[in-house]
Design a protein around this ligand. Structure first.
Ligand SMILES: [Zn+2]
Length: 450
């Protein structure tokens, strides 16, 4: 089965390639980029459009398992915004046993390819550490380590921490789990222990972890950790850790509002006070007060009665988020998190928004911006056949109208489909066309190969 993508402007940051040509796919793999017109079974006209590697989302939160299948809510949005490979299990949490989720995808397919991190919080709970504020004993750490080890052996892409959400986490737990990733080089990500003024010490803790174990670290959504006036210094810190030998990278989403559950430690009164903001900075996305800004009364009621309700916090500065997204040690990650169709628009808009608001406006160069969305994340994850258009790589491809691509998802309607994406191909087959899903089962499980 041969497919020819004809006449598009082909951009591939991994090869520093920018050319108008044809791209030939055979049996799910890229064969060549050529000025010739080889025979094919089907032809996709890409004239006037950009042809790039499918987007890689290094940081999202997967759909939960339901009745033995993976729900397809956020997954649909991922595919429709051009993400062909995503990494879930971030910020320490999994929405089901990651081994089961990967097996389920092997059986049923998925909207996009999905790899998973094994979450520290998830193994901690499974190991018996149910109090997030309390330390765990050594026997619990032993159980956590055994479970995480098995998940890594079954193909998880690394270990994630959500230390901010689990203040009882000790360095001992962190080193034991992080060290599991050192021999084969999986990544260790963290929603670090603190934000705002305390973010510097929190990111240093990850540098300490890297130096103690030799693991490769990823600072999650740096925009929402140091986006309150700390970014310039924080990025300098990251540069200095890198210069001192730590293999460190960060991700960020292109919005100035974060999203988390109302019951999360983020909103513990002493932590919320750090933002020096009114309750009205918080928008309730789900539950009894969905669509309303918080008052003291709503905040208290929600934390007491519905701690899992999702919020959006309008708290970061645009200057800091821009600074992060322009930095070479920061890649794009959506941090997509939703319950059904409710939540933050980043799950449906982060990638097209980055093109529209950052690349097209010149805030970030075209090739550099695309690298943040494709090759740099794939390399980070040790996925040599993803995120590039080299011969032999998986034919995961996005074809879009560069002048008109844009996100449409809003805080009121967070699942709206972006405009300007003509085709999304997974394994050489059309998964989405003109904003509609054609085949929701082309995605495969992504298992770490090292
Ligand atoms: Zn997080």
């Amino acid at each position: 089965m041969k497919t020819l993508i004809k006449g598009g402007r082909i951009l591939d940051p991994a090869q520093d390639l920018d050319t108008v040509a044809n791209l030939l796919i055979e049996d799910g793999k890229i064969v060549c980029i050529t000025s010739e017109e080889p025979e094919a079974d089907s032809v996709i006209d890409a004239s006037g459009k950009m042809v790039t590697p499918g987007f890689i989302d290094i940081h999202m939160h997967e759909d939960p398992l339901e009745d033995g299948e993976l729900k397809q809510d956020i997954s649909k949005s991922m595919l429709l915004m051009g993400v062909t490979t995503a990494i879930g299990g971030n910020c320490g949490d999994n929405y089901g046993d990651p081994r089961t989720i990967l097996d389920t995808i092997d059986e049923h397919g998925n909207c996009m390819n999905l790899g998973l991190l094994v979450g520290h919080t998830w193994v901690r709970r499974a190991g018996g550490g149910t109090d997030k504020y309390a330390p765990v004993d050594d026997a619990t750490i032993d159980r956590m380590e055994a479970l995480a080890k098995d998940c890594l052996e079954k193909g998880c892409m690394g270990v994630s921490f959500g230390v901010k959400y689990v203040p009882g986490t000790r360095m001992e737990e962190m080193t034991r789990l992080a060290a599991l990733c050192t021999p084969k080089g999986q990544i260790v990500t963290s929603h670090v222990r603190n934000d705002v003024s305390r973010v510097f010490a929190a990111v240093k803790e990850m540098d300490d972890l890297a130096k103690a174990t030799g693991c490769r670290v990823q600072i999650s959504h740096i925009g929402s950790m140091g986006g309150y006036g700390q970014m310039a210094q924080l990025l300098k810190d990251v540069e200095s850790y890198k210069a001192s030998g730590t293999d460190i990278l960060c991700d960020c989403y292109p919005y100035t509002a974060f999203s988390t559950d109302i019951g999360a430690t983020t909103y513990d009164p002493e932590n919320f006070a750090e933002y020096n903001a009114p309750y009205s900075a918080i928008l309730m996305c789900t539950g009894k007060y969905a669509g309303q800004r918080c008052t003291k009364e709503i905040y208290d009621w929600e934390r007491e009665n519905a701690p899992d309700d999702i919020t959006v916090g309008f708290l970061m500065t645009e200057e800091d988020v821009d600074m992060a997204l322009r930095h070479p040690l920061v890649v794009l990650g959506s941090d997509g998190l939703r319950k059904g169709l409710q939540g933050h628009p980043r799950a449906a808009g982060a990638f097209p928004r980055f093109i529209a608001e950052y690349i097209r406006t010149g805030k970030v160069g075209l090739m550099e911006g695309l690298a943040k969305m494709t090759s740099r994340s794939a390399e980070r994850l040790h996925l040599p056949k993803k995120g590039n258009l080299k011969a032999g790589s998986d034919a995961d491809i996005v074809i879009f109208d560069y002048e008109n691509i844009r996100d449409t998802a809003t805080f009121e309607e967070p699942a709206l489909v972006p405009e300007g994406i003509a085709y999304v191909l997974i394994g050489g087959e059309i998964a989405a066309k003109d904003g509609e899903i054609v085949n929701a089962h082309l995605g495969k499980s992504v298992r770490y190969e090292g």
